[in-house]
Write a protein that binds this ligand. Structure first.
Ligand code: FEO
Length: 162
């Protein structure tokens, strides 16, 4: 049986994952209607991943004798200033999610729920990837600001081994 504090924090987390999914969906929609099809596709895939994170938590809570609660989600922003600030927002959001996963780890330790502690490690690792892919995109966007050098960087890749 799932400890009540652990159950509550997992319910909070599933709401955050669902909101993340909707946030990236809203960003994807903005990107698609502003002519950025590649960016929209990246965000759509990300939205799918976040939905899977939410489903993973729902399944776990219910399996362990708890009750997963499906909340009403806050409406994400509709308009975004530009591509770069949008990805800055993605990175900031992922850092917020990482902090909240770390809070789950701390509650598991306090409550001596080592099963959930073990299970949540998947999310700990996933957050490393999520933060790193958002910050890689920001690096690329920063390089793009340098125009020709970015093109050169793309170019030099195809020269390898010649
Ligand atoms: Fe599921 Fe990007 O946190």
């Amino acid at each position: 049986m799932l400890n009540k504090k652990v159950e509550d924090i997992l319910n909070d987390q599933l709401e955050k994952e669902g909101y993340s999914s909707n946030l990236y969906l809203a960003m994807a929609s903005w990107a698609a209607t502003n002519g950025y099809e590649g960016i929209a596709n990246w965000l759509l895939a990300q939205a799918e991943e976040e939905r899977e994170h939410m489903l993973k938590i729902i399944a776990y809570v219910n399996e362990r004798g708890g009750k997963a609660i499906i909340p009403a989600f806050e409406k994400p922003p509709v308009e975004y200033e530009d591509v770069k600030p949008m990805f800055e927002q993605v990175l900031k959001h992922e850092q917020y999610v990482t902090a909240s996963i770390n809070d789950i780890v701390a509650v598991c330790e306090q409550e001596k729920d080592f099963t959930t502690h073990n299970w949540v490690q998947w999310f700990v690792n996933e957050q490393i990837e999520e933060e790193s892919s958002a910050s890689n995109i920001l690096d690329k966007l920063n390089l793009l600001g340098e125009g020709p050098l970015y093109m050169f960087d793309r170019d030099i890749m195809s020269l390898r081994g010649e």
